[in-house]
Each structure stands twice: as structure tokens, then as C-alpha cells.
Design a protein around this ligand. Structure first.
Ligand SMILES: NC(=O)CC[C@H](N)C(=O)O
Length: 229
């Protein structure tokens, strides 16, 4: 890569335009070129890929129809991929409660999620998150959770890079909609942002804020793989 990073955004359904807008606002020494990905040719141009929030079953269905599902899995094996919300579900290796008919996954990170883990749309909430590795890390990042998945297990895998938890929900703001109370510091449901090798997962929507620090973080991952490991 010579001073230019092509960051793809899977543009089949969901909040892909918001990611594109956020990437366009990044000022860095590297020229960031966002690319909406709908075809194999688009995917082949990307140095990294964002899988946006939306509806995970619909995104998987449309990817399958576009002949992109298997190529996306291959891409995920070697390239940086960031999944937000529905995209986080797709990036996981297992879903506890798939929709009837099943859920295709990209199998990029060794963790298990539960869809809609904090309840329906009306239980959407915001939480101040301290995120390790962001610029100005003591300045909380506003996590916006909309029918967000919950991480229910981090699965060990000796042949995969270590799982690095970079943000947890503060205990005080765990939503009332949690199926059982979260009073244990180590409850995996508190984990809301995690990096494993060149994969990044956020169960919330950084693209819906004006704060570009997560997009900068991912661009850094694409430019210098494993920089922040
Ligand atoms: N905001 C979102 O991306 C919601 C994700 C949605 N609940 C799903 O299962 O795909």
C-alpha cells in the first residue's frame, strides 16, 4: 500500500452510507478511499472491509444472492474486517439464537453472540465507553446500542490470535433489559468492543456519532496490520 488505503463497506443493506461519511472525514497521513462493496470486483480492491449494522440475516441473504458470501469468508481469513452490530454478528463464529432458517456467518472471530441481547428497538440505549487504543482514550466514546447483539462467550482457540477486549459497558449503565442482572465484573456480556488479530468487533454503532476515533482506529489496523496488538 503506498500512502492510500481502500476501505470497503459492504453496501447491501443497513448503515453503510454513515460509515462512508465517517471515513471521508478522517484526516490522516494516509489517503483513505472508502468504497461501497457490492460485487466481487469491488471486494478485490479493498485493503480492509467494514460490515455495517442493519439486519444480519438480510445482509447474509443478499451476500449469498450476490455470490459474495464465500469470497467474504476468504477475504476475512487474511484481511482486516470490522463488524458493527449486525456486522458483529456476521463476524462471529457462533450465534446462540439464530433466526428460523439459520444464519450464515463469516466466522472471523472466536466468540459467540446472542442477537438482540438487550431487547427490541425500544430498549435502545447509549453508554459512555472508555476504549483502550483510541486517540485520547480517557475521553469516553458514546456507544449507541440499537437491538445490539450481546457477546455471551469468548471461545478459546490456540491457533487464533489472542482476543483483546478494548471496551466494556460500565457496570452502572447495564440496561434493565438484560435477561439476568450483570453484577459480575467478568460477565462477558459487558464486552462491547474487541479486537482479534486484524478483526475488530463493536456491538454498537460508532458511525452514528460524530466521533471518528473508531474509524481512525480501523484505518490504522488496515495500514499497519497488528499495529495495536
Ligand atoms: N442495529 C443492528 O445492526 C441490529 C442487528 C439486528 N438485531 C440483527 O440481528 O441483525
Amino acid at each position: 500500500m503506498q500512502g492510500k488505503a481502500v476501505i470497503g463497506i459492504l453496501a447491501l443493506q443497513g448503515a453503510f452510507v454513515e460509515h462512508e461519511t465517517a471515513l471521508r472525514k478522517i484526516s490522516s497521513q494516509i489517503k483513505v478511499c472508502p468504497l461501497l462493496v457490492r460485487t466481487l470486483d469491488d471486494l478485490a480492491k479493498c485493503d480492509g472491509l467494514i460490515v455495517p449494522g442493519g439486519e444480519s440475516t438480510t445482509i447474509a441473504l443478499l451476500a449469498n444472492l450476490a455470490g459474495l458470501l464465500q469470497p467474504l469468508r476468504e477475504f476475512t481469513k487474511t484481511k482486516p474486517v470490522w463488524g458493527t452490530c449486525a456486522g458483529a454478528i456476521l463476524l462471529a463464529e457462533a450465534v446462540e439464537n439464530p433466526k428460523k432458517g439459520g444464519q450464515e456467518l463469516l466466522n472471523g472471530m472466536t466468540l459467540t453472540v446472542a442477537r438482540n441481547g438487550w431487547g427490541p428497538q425500544v430498549d435502545s440505549f447509549e453508554a459512555p465507553l472508555i476504549v483502550e487504543g483510541l486517540q485520547d482514550p480517557h475521553n469516553a466514546f458514546t456507544g449507541i446500542f440499537i437491538r445490539a447483539p450481546v457477546i455471551t462467550a469468548i471461545n478459546s482457540s490456540p491457533d487464533q490470535p489472542p482476543m483483546r477486549v478494548i471496551a466494556r459497558l460500565p457496570l452502572g449503565v447495564v440496561p434493565k433489559s438484560a435477561s439476568t442482572p450483570i453484577d459480575n465484573e467478568d460477565d462477558p456480556r459487558r464486552i462491547v468492543a474487541v479486537q482479534q488479530g486484524n478483526h475488530l468487533l463493536t456491538t454498537f454503532h460508532p458511525e452514528l456519532t460524530k466521533d471518528g476515533r473508531f474509524h481512525e482506529y480501523f484505518v490504522r489496523m488496515c495500514v499497519v496490520p497488528f499495529l495495536s496488538c
